[in-house]
Design a protein around this ligand. Sequence first.
Ligand code: SF4
Ligand code: SF4
Length: 176
Amino acid sequence: MNLWRNIKGTFQPFWVTLRYLFKRPVTISYPEQKRTPPPRYRARMILTRDPEGEERCVACHLCSAACPVDCISMQAAERENGRRHAAWFRINFARCIYCGLCAEACPTLAIQMSPEYELSNRDPLKLVWEKEDLLVDHGGKDPDYNFYHHSGIGVVAPRGGNDDELPPVNIKTNLP
Ligand code: SF4
Ligand code: SF4
């Protein structure tokens, strides 16, 4: 019995190798060949723009609060018209675990995951990306969305002037 098991154990690996010798390989020769990930693949983040070409990020810090590894940091600033933006915005991709929680938390759809997965670098400092590296000139997965058309705050339009907003109520007219 032991002899039979030894013979089987010796020849079985050769049989497995032989079976797979004439099958199509499941691996590819990366980096010469590259796979195209699906559009919703969670790789590096981008900072998108609204349909008017303005930066969507309003530096609300929600993404950095949601990030489980604290790899997002920023400094909030305000323009003359009251519109907030990030004076600087930084992501440390050496710490990011690509969980997507930052994109889930973002109320303006500014931060989004992109399918770009080629980020490896021997120097960890080169994995710290600034706003200029992250900012793209399109709206990403929801190009028509503009936070300031829905937020109802009289920053870039008068109160009541946004798409989904009713005119402000004059409470004095409601009094009996
Ligand atoms: S994907 Fe996750 S780990 Fe990476 S920056 Fe966003 S919240 Fe942080
Ligand atoms: S990317 Fe989104 S969640 Fe993060 S600070 Fe900007 S607006 Fe807020």
